[in-house]
Design a protein around this ligand. Structure first.
Ligand SMILES: Nc1ncnc2c1ncn2[C@@H]1O[C@H](COP(=O)(O)OP(=O)(O)O)[C@@H](O)[C@H]1O
Ligand SMILES: O=P(O)(O)O[C@H]1O[C@H](CO)[C@@H](O[C@H]2O[C@H](CO)[C@@H](O)[C@H](O)[C@H]2O)[C@H](O)[C@H]1O
Length: 544
């Protein structure tokens, strides 16, 4: 029976007679651990995605053991239930340590087991655990049929474990760097299916030899009681890099906006280009190159090529039905409209309920957004699959500058987990590849507007003038991207439709993405909501 020993302000201290090796079989322990301990612990975790809903209770969906001789760890698959929202599943590996110096800040629970004082901690804090799982992947047998399935890629050579450390970046999962050569990402939010990040990474590296993503090295999947395959870890090579493309773009844009003054640029005389026209570098007028510099445009072209190559790899499968290309049809249309109308209504509610938190430009754009709700809704309803001839394929799904690593003059594409708000099934639905392109265009727009909103005071021009310059630049970015992307896709026979179809899909998906972003920003950083609001109204107010 559980006895509370000393009560500290922060955590209760329990004592149990069941040894650690059998502790998960002790129903009293499990009950106390889930309700008294984890309910508080999980709320503090960076990776916990349920913070905006009220937690009701946590259940242990399942657990498994990772064991080597005396060393025993438990992998917990937790089901978090909410007052109103849909339940979520999380993965938490735990270890028992008696050494006081371990994970002082990260410990989950102090407890005595059979007179031995110690702590339950998240096992990822423990080097012995990290070494064990790395070695399990290294020694994985082909066609593992056990409950915890380790997989090793043929590209992963035999190597000894030397060291490991937390990646230590802001992220929604937890990544560990091993031997300064591999990144092992432990998924925290898990789903009753293989994770698309694992599926896509393995497909791109092993089946298609796609080079501009970290190469797949191995994975861990758990087979649950219903025989469903749940991905809990993905191991890839570590790509040496100079940061992500979002930070890179912000840095470049600072210089570009500063150049307006330094180079005495007359914004009203900047030559414009029509949105969505396909451009080569020679189509960019010298005055634009003088202003922004050639480098940024060359980088956009490289990113476009890497994006097209990713789509060509994803769209070139003929046997594995999870990846074979398909066409638009009535089922897709119904699915899409339902999803987007529901999402739009959700955003409308969020904005209407939070008007008091907005001011200035955000507030006026939010009012316009509400006033024009029927027009926006109409745009989503205007999807007619019979007019679309292009192909649908598996896509990245959450493609933006933050998912791209910069390495010298090149780019590596990461994080194929898909849009966090979508269900795991929805993330695997085949989509027009231009949806990713639209995501990237939204990201260009974000970077330009983030620069104006966050650094605007450092430039002598009015906000109106900066918007004008930003819009001119944005159109060249889009044009150059399309110039490289479309050509390469067509050379490789991936059908993305005729020009009118491409423009329709791009506009449709950009509106979809901006509406998605509005919810993301209102929930996580409301000051940024002005950026998607500006984007939505820009798209809606265009004449065509
Ligand atoms: N293979 C890798 N090589 C180098 N850096 C990586 C690698 N994988 C991830 N990163 C870094 O970790 C960050 C988070 O990775 P990501 O896969 O997006 O994690 P999460 O799904 O938790 O958000 C990336 O933005 C990148 O900076
Ligand atoms: O955390 P994820 O990478 O899965 O993506 C989520 O967070 C992103 C922000 O970090 C968010 O992206 C939005 O902001 C970016 C700038 O911070 C911008 O480049 C993107 O275009 C914009 O969508 C993303 O939408 C969200 O899913």
């Amino acid at each position: 029976m559980a006895k509370k020993k000393k009560e500290s302000v922060l955590q209760p201290h329990y004592t149990f007679d069941t040894p650690w090796e059998r502790l998960m079989e002790d129903k009293t322990f499990v009950k106390v651990f889930l309700s008294d301990v984890l309910e508080n612990y999980i709320l503090q975790q960076r990776w916990y995605g349920g913070k905006s809903s009220k937690l009701k209770y946590i259940e242990l969906q399942e657990y498994f053991r990772i064991q080597q001789n005396e060393e025993v760890y438990y992998g917990l698959l937790l089901e978090v239930n909410f007052e109103e929202a849909f339940y979520q599943h999380y993965f938490l590996p735990i270890a028992f340590v008696s050494d006081e110096s371990f994970a002082e800040k990260e410990r989950i629970l102090p407890l005595d087991i059979k007179e031995q004082e110690g702590f339950i901690i998240d096992a990822l804090n423990l080097e012995a655990f990290r070494k064990l799982v790395f070695e399990r992947i290294m020694t994985a047998v082909p066609n593992d049929t056990t409950k915890v399935r380790y997989h090793k890629s043929h590209t992963f050579g035999a190597t000894e474990y030397r060291s490991s450390k937390f990646m230590g970046l802001e992220q929604s999962n937890t990544s560990i760097i091993i031997n300064d050569a591999y990144v092992m990402k432990f998924f925290r939010r898990i789903y009753s299916d293989t994770n698309p990040d694992y599926e896509m990474s393995r497909f791109l590296s092993e089946n298609k030899g796609y080079k501009n993503t970290p190469s797949y090295q191995g994975s861990i999947n758990v087979i649950d009681a219903d025989n469903v395959n749940i991905t809990i870890a993905l191991m890839q090579e570590l790509v040496p890099n100079q940061g992500d493309a979002w930070d890179y773009m912000l840095k470049e844009l600072k210089t570009v906006f500063r150049n307006l003054e330094v180079k005495h640029i007359r914004i009203d005389q900047l030559p414009e280009t029509q949105i969505f026209s396909s451009l080569g570098i020679n189509d960019v007028p010298p005055r634009i190159i003088d202003w922004a510099g050639l480098n940024i445009f060359l980088k956009i072209q490289t990113l476009a090529r890497r994006t097209a190559e990713m789509h060509i790899a994803l769209g070139s499968e003929f046997s594995d039905t999870a990846f074979t290309p398909t066409h638009f049809n009535g089922d897709y249309e119904v699915w899409l409209k339902n999803r987007l109308l529901y999402q739009f209504q959700n955003r409308l509610n969020i904005v209407e309920n939070n008007m008091h938190r907005l001011e200035g430009l955000s507030l006026s754009l939010a009012k316009e957004f509400i006033d024009r709700k029927n027009k926006i809704r109409q745009r989503f309803v205007n999807f007619d699959w019979t007019k679309l001839k292009g192909e649908r394929i598996r896509i990245h799904g959450d493609y933006h500058l933050g998912q791209v690593l910069v390495q010298g003059d090149d780019f590596y594409l990461l994080d194929f987990e898909g849009e966090p708000e979508s269900t795991i099934r929805d993330r695997k639905v085949k989509q027009p590849p231009l949806k990713d392109v639209a995501g990237m265009f939204r990201s260009f727009h974000y970077a330009i507007y983030a620069t104006i909103f966050n650094d605007g005071e450092n430039y002598p021009q009015s906000q109106e003038e900066l918007f004008k310059a930003g819009e001119v630049l944005y159109r060249y970015f889009i044009g150059l991207f399309l110039g490289s992307y479309v050509g390469l896709m067509q050379e490789n026979n991936l059908n993305i439709g005729y020009i009118q179809e491409r423009i329709f899909i791009l506009k449709y998906c950009m509106l979809e993405k901006a509406v998605y972003e509005l919810g993301y920003e209102m929930n996580s950083r409301p000051l940024w909501a002005v950026i998607p609001l500006e984007g939505i109204m820009g798209i809606i107010n265009e004449n065509n």
